[in-house]
Design a protein around this ligand. Structure first.
Ligand code: SF4
Length: 252
């Protein structure tokens, strides 16, 4: 079964997906930036309640206080051995973002008013050999719509291509599991407090299935070429990846 997260990794670098499919774990450096991202992801789960508060900044500040106690419980393995100081500094950095986040939250009221639907459920399709868990499913009238939370940068308009494909993969799973048609999805850009809607396109459905097939090939042991724009600088596989000839791997 290919996971939607495998598709996301493959789009960053096909070789990364290859190494992970061979059972290697991608070890992440737990940096200030990484902790900020997990705090933003958790904080975004509280955004729907913020617009009901007269002082949104104080409300989210309170949520950050709660997270400073709970983060280690939620991310126990990742944060084991990490100094309290790093977590405190990350919380302070996210606190400094609240002034930019809060003015945008009221504009998302309709999205926040949508009913949450089977949150946390693993979606899978034997027919398509795909599985994954979207950050949220929301129900608007009779539509079941996948939504993902992103903690990095936001494009000037629309959403990043990788976000569209991730949503499309979840849409295919929702359609299979609930016998419905999914025409759109949402991306929540937590760092900015903005929610963007995505209309799903046919060529992206095709692309998801093509990427799924390419990942299956990497599972059969064919190491993909190293892409020119691979993000090697930030990759935990950089030592493992330093092979003289990719071609040779195809013969042995
Ligand atoms: S080191 Fe570069 S090419 Fe190799 S897996 Fe990582 S990102 Fe991909």
């Amino acid at each position: 079964m290919i996971r939607v997260s495998d598709i996301t990794v493959y789009l960053k670098c096909p070789r990364m997906a290859y190494f992970m499919n061979k059972g290697n774990e991608l070890v992440k450096d737990i940096t200030l930036a990484y902790i900020e991202k997990i705090i933003l992801k958790e904080l975004a789960l509280s955004y729907p309640d913020a617009p009901d508060n007269e002082d949104m900044v104080s409300f989210l500040d309170g949520e950050l206080e709660r997270l400073s106690d709970e983060l280690r419980v939620i991310y126990r393995p990742e944060l084991a051995g990490i100094d309290d100081e790093l977590i405190t500094d990350s919380i302070s950095n996210v606190r400094a973002m609240l002034g930019n986040i809060c003015p945008n939250l009221a504009g998302n009221r309709d999205f926040y008013a949508a009913d949450p639907f089977n949150t946390g459920e693993v979606l899978q399709s034997g027919k398509f050999g795909l599985a994954g868990t979207p950050d949220k499913l929301v129900k608007i009238n009779d539509e079941i719509i996948p939504s993902i939370i992103k903690t990095g940068n936001m494009p000037e308009n629309g959403v990043w291509k990788s976000d569209r494909l991730q949503l499309t993969a979840y849409a295919i799973l929702v359609e299979e599991m609930y016998g419905t048609i999914v025409e759109r999805g949402f991306v929540e850009y937590a760092r900015f407090g903005k929610v963007r809607e995505v209309k799903l396109k046919r060529h992206e459905r095709r692309k998801v299935l093509q990427v799924r097939d390419k990942i299956k090939k990497t599972m059969d042991g064919i190491m993909p070429e190293k892409p020119q724009d691979a993000p090697c600088e930030y990759c935990g596989f950089v030592d493992m990846c330093d092979v003289k000839s990719t071609l040779a791997s195809r013969f042995f």
